[in-house]
Design a protein around this ligand. Structure first.
Ligand code: GDP
Ligand code: MG
Length: 603
């Protein structure tokens, strides 16, 4: 196919605005899949995607379409649209020359629509604006067009109106893509060069790489070399996704395809890497920059005998999701495990859910945290670190205050779109989370777009859920990295009868210390069983006690209340008590059951 008749595009939209449904219709219309043939949302192939109804991994389909007597090759890349997945979106966009900007005609422009639109603009991509769901009675396409004019300066006459569900107007979308999206800017005559923009793991073939060819041509059995690792691999198979895998003899510049080349693990198959022919010089193809993980959580096997199995499951998952980082971690309470870095909370939840569903793992996952940055003042620590700053996400390693000159925490720039009647509550929530308003714009009489700078640590737990529930589901939220800023942080320690319990300490903002301290001691009072001695639970910063609760001692003989009588029952109780002891950890003279730690530490 000549380059002039290739179009590479993505569909971008807020979650649930109908990307996957539109993608299905486009595939049907071009004959790539049968009409009404079985399952909906063909491109959402992971189980978790079907369950949650969201698209997590970008999926690609190459389709053919006849336009004005000419056959065109369209490479469609379905992107995820949730707040955490802008990394997958920008990865997809690296292989595109245009986007379909899809907006729900009932709900209008949402926070993620705004974020995705700006990602596309940064890459100077052609935009095909499309309103979806015009079949719904209370849809308000004219109003949404006005909003798009105000926010994106898009001419209302240029906006297509479709129903992806019914197929209305979808043919026009194909026409418009061919007319508006330029052909790829590539060279076929030069040496082969391609960008790896996605990769996943196949049990039999190892890592599969989805590549976008920028220069030249690749044939089967040629040897390719990675620009990043310099390693050489024979190309075992080349295929295109239609959307089912179809073997092809070669791939030319402008095309998107899948190659298998004996890459065994995630260290070899690097998303964003450039590949070229063996022993040829090449420059990096990527205008694509991988994102840094923002949210960290410990992942531990519930049972240490499952350690190896869990490690291999995590390794396989990472092949499918290169945004996740892994470091070895260990905890006296939970044993050997790993500290994983994610792009956001939903990213973490989806990863863990897939770990369970696709690999049968049942790990303990600790509450998420962020990475703080400290400027050290202690010369000994500076020498140890080799520099005067320290990045830290594990509270147990938090140094004494007199070793630290300055504390920094990560911030995000959040975009919130909310109906006007909830503005008060939304502002209340943002203030409670230490947010600073940057701007507030009325999109129309009914909706407001606000920008807030918020500490990342304040949004990773339940910010999105709270926002949704206080606005009856109408407010939407999206965020991007906003760098590190000075902060006042303290380490909150938990003491049981005067002894610190390392795994329960955490880093909090000074203004939140008392509140968190109260919460922690109350939770522990509930979770730690009564024992023969009285237990004092204290939450302290340094030597200052911020909250305290006591668990009263109970009577010694567990069987006393049985009045002799039933011997078997008495024996059973004693046996249970003995078994319970095995799973305990001792602090001073207190036994803390394993379960207590899991319940306090996990999400
Ligand atoms: P995505 O998250 O953007 O991929 O959205 P989906 O394609 O999964 O669609 C979200 C929901 O909207 C699904 O329940 C679809 O059936 C529904 N939907 C999609 N397009 C239309 C449409 O044109 N009309 C109506 N009434 N519903 C639609
Ligand atoms: Mg989808």
């Amino acid at each position: 196919m000549p380059v002039e008749r290739i179009r590479n595009f993505s569909i971008i939209a807020h979650v649930d605005h109908g990307k996957s449904t539109l993608a299905d219709r486009l595939l049907e219309l071009t004959g790539a899949i049968a009409r009404n043939g079985g399952q909906n949302q063909v491109l959402d192939s992971l189980q978790v995607e079907r369950e949650r109804g969201i698209t997590v991994k970008a999926q690609t389909a190459s389709i053919f379409h006849r336009h004005k007597g000419q056959l065109y090759l369209l490479n469609l890349i379905d992107t995820p649209g949730h707040v955490d997945f802008s990394n997958e979106v920008s990865r997809s966009l690296a292989a595109c020359d245009g986007v379909v900007l899809l907006v729900d005609a009932c709900h209008g422009v949402q926070a993620q629509t705004v974020a995705n639109y700006h990602l596309a603009k940064q890459r100077h991509l052609a935009v095909v604006p499309v309103l979806n769901k015009i079949d719904i009675k209370h849809a308000n396409p004219d109003q949404v067009c006005q909003d798009m004019k105000l926010l994106f300066d898009i001419d209302p006459d240029q906006v297509l109106r479709v129903s992806a569900k019914l197929g209305t107007g979808v043919a026009q979308v194909l026409e418009r893509i061919i007319e508006v999206v330029p052909p790829p800017q590539v060279q076929r005559e030069s040496d082969f060069r391609a960008l790896i923009f996605d990769s996943w793991f196949d049990k039999y073939r190892g890592a599969l790489n989805l590549i976008y060819v920028l220069n030249g041509r690749l044939e089967q059995n040629q040897d390719i070399q990675s620009l990043a690792t310099k390693k050489v691999y024979p190309v075992k198979s080349i295929s295109v996704l239609r959307p089912a895998e179809c073997s092809v003899p070669d791939l030319s510049a402008g095309q998107v395809g899948l190659i298998a080349c004996n890459m065994r693990n995630s260290k070899e198959s690097i998303v964003g890497d450039t590949i070229h022919l063996k022993n040829q010089a090449a420059s990096a193809a990527g205008s694509y920059r991988p994102q840094q993980p923002l949210v960290f959580a410990g992942v531990f096997p519930a049972d240490q005998s499952k350690h190896v199995a869990l490690r291999s499951a995590i390794d396989k998952m990472i092949l499918n999701d290169s945004a996740v980082t892994v470091k070895v971690d260990s905890s006296p309470a939970l044993g050997q495990g790993w500290r994983l870095g994610f792009l956001g909370l939903l990213h973490m939840e989806v990863f863990c859910q897939r770990l369970e569903q696709e690999h049968g793992a049942e790990p303990i996952i600790t509450a998420p945290s962020v990475t703080y940055r400290l400027v050290l003042s202690n010369p000994k620590m500076i020498r140890q670190q080799g520099r005067d700053t320290m990045d830290i996400s594990n509270a147990a390693l938090f140094p004494e205050p007199n070793s630290v000159k300055e504390y920094f925490e990560p911030l995000v720039l959040g975009t919130i779109i909310t109906p006007t009647e909830y503005v008060g509550q939304v502002i209340g929530l943002c203030v409670e989370r230490r947010g600073l308003q940057q701007s507030s714009v009325n999109i129309d009489e009914t909706r407001v777009l606000m920008k807030y700078v918020l500490p990342l640590s304040e949004i990773i737990l339940d910010f999105h859920d709270r926002l949704k529930s206080l606005s009856s589901g109408y407010a939407s939220f999206s965020y991007e990295d906003h760098g590190y800023h000075p902060s006042h942080l303290v380490r909150l320690d938990i003491h049981l009868n005067g002894k610190p319990v390392e795994e329960l300490c955490r880093i909090v903002h000074a203004s939140k210390a008392v509140g968190v301290a109260r919460q922690m001691v109350l939770k522990l009072r509930e979770l730690i069983p009564k024992q023969m001695v009285q237990i004092a639970i204290q939450a302290c910063v340094g030597s200052k006690v911020l909250a305290r609760e006591t668990i009263k001692a109970y009577r010694k003989d567990v069987t006393a209340k049985l009045y002799g009588g039933d011997v078997t029952r008495r024996m059973k109780l004693l046996k249970q008590q003995a078994e319970g002891k095995k799973k305990m950890r001792m602090f001073a003279n207190i036994r803390v059951p394993h379960e207590t730690f899991i319940n306090v530490l996990k999400r």
